[in-house]
Design a protein around this ligand. Sequence first.
Ligand code: ATP
Length: 478
Amino acid sequence: MELYELQDEHVGAFRAKMPAAPEPNPPISQLQTTVVCRCRPFLDHDAGSFQAVTTNGPNIYVHKEVSKAGLVDTTGKVNSKKFQLHASTACENDESLYEMYVEAVVEKSKEGGAGCVLAYGQTGAGKTHTIEAMMDTMFQSGVEIVAVSCFEVRSDKVHDLLNDSEELKVLTGADGNDNVVGLKKLEAEEAGEAVKDVVTRAKALRSTASTNANDQSSRSHAFYIFFLPSGGSLTFVDLAGSENKADAKSHSESENADERLKEMKEINKSLGDLKECIRLTLVNSKGGKQQHIPFRRSVLTRLLRTSLDVSPTSAVKTTFLCHVGPTRRSLSMTINTLNYAEQMCSATNAAKEAAKFKGPEKWSPKMVASWVEKLDGGKYATLSESMHMSGKIFQTMWLNDFIKRVSAAGGTEADGNYIYDKFHDLVAESKKGNGAKKKGKKVDDVTIEIAEGKKPAQKPVSELMYGAGLSAACVENS
Ligand SMILES: Nc1ncnc2c1ncn2[C@@H]1O[C@H](COP(=O)(O)OP(=O)(O)OP(=O)(O)O)[C@@H](O)[C@H]1O
């Protein structure tokens, strides 16, 4: 028996012992940003390498051979490392994948909102396969499309895939959003061909090349934008794959070696910028000192900015489909992809938690009284009864009036000063985004309620950048 077969047996035993994954709560379709891992099936060229990825609901395990002092265990033992996203899938067919993770995004666009489905991951992991299958399934399901635009981002420049790869500029509008200017928007009835065929034509113009990992590797980031009768839009993004040294080696042996290597560096740079934005999005969503997120570092991150908004009130409903290869051969890239996917997922979850936090100025009278009761271990508990006023009233109250109130309840001037200062500190804190989340700070166990059903008004798609639907002003009709 070959070693990889023994290793496969150990992975099989690991899978057999795995408990059933819990149902996602809340259901995936209710998330504004969803991060899913898709592991592509085994292909002929994977032969000779063991199955290094196990998917089980939100849990993804990667497996690596056990080795001691540089020697691989010859009995085939494997070690496992766990990652957690919103969901994961291995052998799901394309239709099921669409139903589970893409249909809700399409529905949002049908209602007039903005949706984005984005494929991320290493080269050869199946991004193009998935994005094309998701678009095809959408066409087959009869979604009505009124217009389409397609472009690619190559070497930090935008090229119109419906207009002979014409180079276009990205400009920042008065609203701060970045838009591709002059992009061709082909109306369905004007096109004289089905939208599906328009997309096929656009795909043919996209730059591809052969690499070690993939015969038909995409050398650019492709954006396909569909405009729906509701005014909503839906964007499918097929990112170029991140590459490792082995792929770089194949480039150095190819005919256009210099060009290929330059291309690879550009792709890795833009993906590096994207990773940095994801990393800092996580830092910021955890509260604490807010960091500058360098969205402007590359055209890719400028254009993905609204789709990277992980807050539950984000204007764009987004599904990130992170792709990994199934074998041991791609393990280091798989771990890298999952690390960033996990950061994105954590950022989404942290932003959701942060949104639950209600600043003290929004507290009910009961919450204010409860806070005073527990302040400094109950030192001011006897005054809490006289504190039945809303956080809003407390915030606008003058100090002398507050002290009078405290004195009437039997407190001292110093008590009044102290409580007044503490409350205003808390208001300032929450405005900085730190709120109750900041380490060492507690809003003294006051129940922080979620402002249910109070979502900010959705911006009309026409005001948003491409990811949320191309700004109508910036798309030139054919
Ligand atoms: N779910 C799948 N089912 C069957 N075949 C698949 C699947 N995913 C990927 N493949 C096959 O794997 C190969 C690589 O897939 P694909 O070109 O989509 O990778 P990619 O991630 O887009 O790569 P690159 O970044 O290099 O463009 C292709 O031959 C594709 O047909």
